[in-house]
Design a protein around this ligand. Structure first.
Ligand code: ZN
Length: 95
């Protein structure tokens, strides 16, 4: 038992060869998805909402502006805000 646990720690790969890692946003380990299901859902919402926002703005809305708007909204959920912070950090041009 001990040995197999150790092996698991040393290799971040599961039996199928998928990387099992923690969510880069909340560090929660979710064996099914990375980011975790919560933040995956948040990112999916961000993506689908972006198209709606952009067309509402006449097609002229950068991702960065979109994120800024959402962060300023009181109704934006914490998971979505965390996903935004993560996405903005991942893009070097977004300062
Ligand atoms: Zn997460």
């Amino acid at each position: 038992m001990r040995e197999s646990n150790l092996e698991r720690l040393e290799s971040p790969l599961d039996s199928v060869g998928h990387v099992v890692d923690e969510c880069p946003i909340c560090n929660r380990i979710d064996s099914k998805s990375r980011p975790c299901s919560l933040h995956q859902e948040a990112m999916r919402n961000l993506d689908s909402q972006y198209e709606a926002w952009r067309s509402a703005m006449g097609g002229d809305l950068s991702r960065n502006e979109y994120y800024k708007c959402l962060l300023g909204l009181g109704e934006t959920g914490p998971a979505v805000k965390q996903a935004i912070e993560y996405l903005r950090g991942a893009e070097p041009e977004s300062v």
